[in-house]
Design a binder for this molecule. Sequence first.
Ligand SMILES: [Zn+2]
Length: 264
Amino acid sequence: MVKTEREYREDICQIGRLVFQKGWVAANDGNITIRLDTERILATPTGVSKGMMQCDDLIVVDMKGNKISGRAERTSEIAMHLTVYEMRPDIKAVVHAHPPVATGFATAGKPLNLALLPEVVIGLGCVPLADYGLPGTPALTEPMLPLIPKYDALLMANHGAVCYGEDVFKAYFRMETMEHFARIQLVAELLGGPNVLPRQEVDKLLDSRTRYGVKARSSGEPGCPAAAEDVGRGEAGRGEDKFYVTRAELIALVDEALKARGMA
Ligand SMILES: [Zn+2]
């Protein structure tokens, strides 16, 4: 059922409040858009808190980003949204925010690409990291171009994340799954590092996507998600675990080995 523009405006304001309440944005960060039809995009404007928007604050732009209607100014990040719509005809909504744990991974230069949780392997596959680009310039979207056709959720280095979907709720839920996953991985890292699922289990989860009716883009991308064998972590990678010794311990180990061979 196609919604009215008024209903889409209400959807964006509702998602804006959720994004704000979750703490995924500070001040006027983030932006949310919906594809109204082949010509028009409904968008949050610049300079407004996503938690305090009114339906009439939203603006409508054309597919080149020119404002068609609305009082407020457009966001400088609109070009990123338009690129997603252009490259992915299946996408009807885009959510961009700075969720702190996922953005922490993006700032540390780490993608969320490990096979750790069944729901994430099935739903997202993994979340790759796009290189940094100056916001408000084409440099922001350039590193994302090879990733957009293959994934539905992206980390943006030293910036934030963008998720998209067949409607604005699906886009929002992808970001919620991504941020929840980032929190869990962070806790696992603090507890000594996660056990990554072995390839055999990852393949079973990827196969089960059809059973759950999931059409994740990342299916079949090599290394997405990375299994235990790929990273040498977890039960299957145990033999390759790293260990650390002090200089004195290392000298003692070498001495011992030489003595055992009658060489010292
Ligand atoms: Zn941003």
